[in-house]
Design a protein around this ligand. Structure first.
Ligand code: C2O
Ligand code: CU
Length: 467
C-alpha cells in the first residue's frame, strides 16, 4: 500500500505553514489583522452518554492544552472575515478537518490525499480561510470517518453576519447517535447487511451529547434554533409541539419567505434554522421531536422562563441571502449522475480506513477508497461555467448527497413541490430524479458523496474537478 512518507508529510506541513503566512500577509495589507488560530486538539475523552455507564475513548476537539471534556465546541466565525484554526492530533490515528458547507479554497477542504496530507498523531495542520456565507455549518474529520465521527468528532459552526436580525435567544443543537453496548462501551460501528440498506443506526440518541436535554428560553420571546444533523446514519423528521415555529434557513441558506414548520426531513449533514415563539406562561414547555419511524422521540425541550416578552412571530422576516451564483440554464451543460447499488468489489486498503465492502456506485463506478490515486473525476467542470446535474436515485433508500466546495440549487424534482434554497446536501429520496443547477466557481477537486457514512465508505463517493 503506498503510504505517504514522513518526509512528504513534513514538506506538506511546511507548505501549508508557508501559505498560512502568506494568507496572513495579504489580509494584513488589506487592513485586517490575521486572526490567532483557534486550537482544535483532536483527543480522547469520556462522557456519560448512556444511562448505564461512562463511555471511554470518545473522540472530541478541545480548544486548550488541558484535557477536553464534552462535545466539540460550537465554532463562531464571521462572514467575510479571516478565520484560522490549528488542528493538533492527539488521537492514535491520522485525521483531518473538513468544513462542511463552507465554500473555501480547495487546499483547506480537509480531504486527505486529495487536498492535504494526513495529519498523523503528534502532528498538526493549519487551516486559514474566509467564510463567504452566513449560516449554520459543521465540521468533522475526513479520515476513518465511520469511527472518528461515530466516536464523537462532529461539531457545529455558526457563521455570523452583523446584518443578522437579533432574537431573544439562540440555541444550537448538535443531533447525533452513538453505537453503545452495555456499560456505555462502543460496539461495532456498522453491520454489513445494514450498510447495504439504509445504514446502521446508533443505540443512544443525543442532542449536544445529552439524551433529550432541556433548555430555558425567554417566555413570550423569539428563539432562534440552529440544528445540525451530524449523525452518520439517522434521517430525522422534525416537528415542534407547543409553540408556533418558522423555518428560516436550510443548509446554511435562508428561505425566501419563512414558513411554518410542519414535518421536515433532515438527513445526515443537513442543517435547519427555526424561530420558535415561546409561550407566554412561565414553565410552559415546547418540544422538538423526531417523528420518523415507529418510535418518535424528544430531541430537546424548551422551558419558558422569566417575565413574558410579548413578541409576535409575524415580525420574523427573511434573512439576507448568501452570494450564491445562479446557474445560467441557457448555457448550462447537463451531467447525468446515477446513484445505484453495485455488485460487491473489494475496496483498496486505505490509511483512512476501509470498511471492507462495496455496495454502492455513482455512474456505475464504486469508489475504491481514499487512496493516492482516486481515479478519474466523475466529470471535469470548467471554472465559471454553469452545470445542471441530473441526479437519479435508483435505489429504494434515501441518500443525503453532499458536494464539497460548491453550492447548488434544486431546480426540479419528481418528488417535491417546495424547492429549498441553495444547498450543499440534498436528501435524495427513494427513486427521486432531480435537476441541480450550479456554477463551477471554485477551482479544485471537490468530493461528492452520500453522507450516510457507510454508503460513502462502501462506494457512494466520487469527485468533480473544477479547472
Ligand atoms: Cu460532511 Cu465529505 O463531508
Ligand atoms: Cu446513501
Amino acid at each position: 500500500m503506498p503510504i505517504i512518507s514522513r518526509r512528504t508529510l513534513l514538506k506538506g506541513s511546511a507548505a501549508a505553514a508557508a501559505s498560512f503566512a502568506i494568507g496572513g500577509g495579504l489580509a494584513a495589507r488589506n487592513g485586517i489583522a490575521a486572526p490567532a488560530p483557534l486550537l482544535l486538539k483532536a483527543q480522547f475523552t469520556e462522557a456519560k452518554l448512556a444511562s448505564d455507564g461512562i463511555t471511554p475513548k470518545i473522540m472530541t476537539y478541545g480548544t486548550s492544552e488541558t484535557a477536553a471534556t464534552g462535545m466539540p465546541p460550537v465554532i463562531r466565525m464571521k462572514k467575510g472575515e479571516p478565520f484560522a484554526a490549528r488542528l493538533m492530533n492527539a488521537l492514535d490515528e491520522p485525521t483531518t478537518i473538513h468544513w462542511h458547507g463552507l465554500r473555501i479554497a480547495n487546499a483547506m477542504d480537509g480531504v486527505p490525499e486529495m487536498t492535504q496530507p494526513y495529519v498523523y498523531p503528534g502532528d498538526g495542520f493549519d487551516y486559514a480561510f474566509t467564510p463567504p456565507d452566513t449560516g449554520t455549518f459543521w465540521y468533522h474529520p475526513h479520515c476513518n470517518t465511520l469511527t472518528q465521527m461515530g466516536h464523537g468528532l462532529t461539531g457545529v459552526i455558526v457563521v455570523e453576519d452583523p446584518a443578522d436580525p437579533v432574537f431573544d435567544a439562540e440555541i444550537v443543537l448538535n443531533l447525533r447517535d452513538w453505537r453503545l453496548g452495555t456499560a456505555g462501551a462502543f460496539i461495532a460501528p456498522f453491520k454489513p447487511r445494514d450498510a447495504a440498506r439504509g445504514g446502521t443506526y446508533g443505540t443512544v440518541r443525543t442532542t449536544n451529547w445529552k439524551q433529550a436535554p432541556s433548555y430555558d428560553a425567554p417566555a413570550g420571546g423569539l428563539v432562534r434554533i440552529r440544528i445540525a444533523a451530524t449523525d452518520v446514519t439517522r434521517i430525522y423528521s422534525l416537528a415542534v409541539e407547543g409553540a408556533p415555529a418558522l423555518v428560516i434557513a436550510l443548509d446554511g441558506n435562508p428561505v425566501d419567505a419563512p414558513y411554518p414548520l410542519d414535518l421536515l426531513d433532515v438527513g445526515p449533514g443537513q442543517r435547519v434554522e427555526l424561530v420558535v415563539r415561546m409561550p407566554g406562561e412561565e414553565g410552559a414547555e415546547v418540544k422538538l421531536g423526531n417523528f420518523r419511524g415507529s418510535s418518535p422521540f424528544t430531541v430537546a425541550t424548551l422551558r419558558a422562563t422569566g417575565t413574558p416578552l410579548k413578541r409576535d412571530i409575524r415580525d420574523v422576516k427573511a434573512l439576507p441571502a448568501n452570494p450564491v451564483a445562479e446557474a445560467d440554464l441557457s448555457t448550462a451543460t447537463r451531467i447525468p449522475l446515477d446513484f445505484t447499488a453495485t455488485a460487491e468489489h473489494a475496496p483498496v486498503p486505505s490509511i483512512c480506513g476501509t470498511i471492507g465492502y462495496t455496495f454502492w456506485a455513482i455512474n456505475k463506478v464504486p469508489w475504491q477508497g481514499d487512496t493516492p490515486d482516486p481515479g478519474a473525476p466523475v466529470s471535469e467542470l470548467k471554472l465559471g461555467k454553469s452545470y445542471v446535474l441530473q441526479v437519479r436515485n435508483r435505489t429504494p433508500h434515501a441518500h443525503p448527497i453532499h458536494l464539497h466546495g460548491l453550492s447548488f440549487r434544486i431546480l426540479s424534482s419528481n418528488k417535491r413541490t417546495i424547492l429549498p434554497p441553495p444547498t450543499d446536501t440534498i436528501l435524495l429520496l427513494p427513486d427521486e430524479q432531480a435537476e441541480l443547477g450550479l456554477v463551477a466557481d471554485n477551482p479544485g477537486d471537490w468530493l461528492l458523496h452520500c453522507h450516510i457514512i457507510e454508503h460513502q465508505k462502501t462506494g457512494m463517493s466520487g469527485y468533480f474537478r473544477v479547472v
